[in-house]
Design a protein around this ligand. Sequence first.
Ligand code: CDM
Ligand code: ATP
Length: 293
Amino acid sequence: MSIKARARAKINLTLEVLGKRPDGYHEVEMVMQSIELHDYLEFSPTPGKITLTVEGDGLPAGAQNLVYRAADLLRGHRGIRQGASIHLKKYIPVAAGLAGGSADAAATLIALNKMWGTGLSLLDLMKLGERLGSDIPFCLLGGTALARGRGERVERLPACPGLGVVLVKPPFGLSTAHVYQSYKREVSVDKPDHRGMINAIEKNDARAICSHLVNMLEPVAIQLQPAISVIKAKLLQAGALGVLMSGSGPTVFGLTPDLDTAHAVAARYNRRDEQVIVTNILNTGNKAYISCD
Ligand SMILES: C[C@](O)(CO)[C@H](O)COP(=O)(O)OP(=O)(O)OC[C@H]1O[C@@H](n2ccc(N)nc2=O)[C@H](O)[C@@H]1O
Ligand SMILES: Nc1ncnc2c1ncn2[C@@H]1O[C@H](COP(=O)(O)OP(=O)(O)OP(=O)(O)O)[C@@H](O)[C@H]1O
């Protein structure tokens, strides 16, 4: 039995840095949101070992890839003897603040838990996934969620309306560790109002959602790469309702009332060497976010 899965990217609607912890991570609070943009993965059973092939973007196919690491983690955790042949088709920009690697790892845990019959619950998979990365529990849950701790403690929020999203990814990446290391409280004076954001989501109020977009990693990322603020200004000029850098950047997203408007904003955007992707906010209701077939 082979299994196909879509691994969805995320954006951060709010991101507050509360302080540095003794373990080197930062305590955060953030409203996270799945978007339709996804990578494709295909899994087939094989005897013995895990093999991975990757299409697109020159990512490592070996043991450094988060897909391989997630498969190996689940296998070791449950003492599985079966192997898996995995193929990853990459569409989510890499090192972009969109949690592409975490989404792939989450999809791998869900698909192989099914294929190998390991029988772990979603909560078990979230506990396992957090060992590999702070964003993985959210990627397993999907939808709209409030994340705390180092990002691994997630609770579901009411569904965000299906707004259009224009992603603008500059030609450079940013390392998550480097952005957190460069964070300075005195530079990030603007703090998000998570409650205000959640109220706006509950009311399906696109304008209020846009007026509550704040990311405390954005000012430091702009210090590292000033082009990010130019992209924000250009996206607003093109007609986005609200704009923000996602996660640790450098991707900037613009929100629009619907998908058609997102296409119109992308067409008006004055592009230089950036990648522009049109997508939308994803809320699947009761259906799983990582769909396997
Ligand atoms: C920026 C966000 O994407 C927002 O959703 C996340 O906070 C980052 O999550 P992630 O990419 O899964 O990050 P991890 O793989 O857990 O950590 C990478 C590195 O980022 C830094 N890091 C990450 C998360 C956090 N709360 N504080 C940190 O300081 C640490 O130096 C860590 O070594
Ligand atoms: N399957 C994968 N997809 C993307 N990156 C991967 C993968 N496996 C390993 N990596 C490595 O992980 C690093 C971060 O990639 P990723 O695209 O997840 O960053 P990101 O979008 O900034 O993540 P986040 O928003 O969670 O901080 C890259 O340097 C990349 O080489």
